[in-house]
Ligand binder design. Sequence first.
Ligand code: ADP
Ligand code: MG
Length: 240
Amino acid sequence: MIEFRGVDKFFGDFQVLTDVDFTVEEGEVVVVIGPSGSGKSTLLRCINGLEEVSSGELEVDGFPVHDKKVDINKLRSEIGMVFQQFNLYPHMTVSQNIKLAPLRVKNVSKQEADERCSRLLARVGIPEQADKYPESLSGGQQQRVAIARGLAMEPRIMLFDEPTSALDPEMINEVLEAMADLARGGMTMVVVTHEMGFARRVADKVVFMDEGRIIEVGTPDDFFDNPKNERTKRFLNQIV
Ligand code: ADP
Ligand code: MG
């Protein structure tokens, strides 16, 4: 579903990704961890074309993303993204936030959009919040709306960039639980997170990045119990 082949990314003279090779199979959940500034967000943003790769090849769901001629809007309509800041439209209700893109971009009928919205709000556990405005919801509820909004386009891939980092501790689990539910349903997911418990329970693969390179990839058990690389060991020692 996603394949990086020798991808480099520069911002001016600064190389932020170096020779990145990495694949995500359909239905796989890949958790990306690494220190701040190691290139995790840039890696995610390349996947949906928010950043252009400088060299190498990147294929996403059959789209050659490295090719300047790729239909970026079509690619993006197949990828949902959830950020640390929920980025909901404050002047729209929860259901308006969720229905906006399906109605505008995918031309679904109003009835279909309504049904999708109810189904998704139930799925993320907040069916009663449809007519509220974002500011009256807790952070955990707002982030679950953001997940529902991402799902409303019926994406083939969901990307998460530190989705719980801005939340109060007591709200982290409800968001991780919505994500775990999505994973169980077979969604292809790439998740940047510092939640190691989630990585261990939900990931098929854990990727460790440092200074723009992928240093180590493994199953959660191998990765956490038997890390091979010295930098991985040092990172894990610091955070646990
Ligand atoms: P992470 O998500 O792992 O913290 P990022 O991908 O956000 O890392 O950033 C990696 C490096 O690239 C950092 O040094 C950051 O300052 C730099 N960087 C990110 N975005 C830009 C940009 N638009 N222009 C210049 N440098 C950037
Ligand atoms: Mg980041």
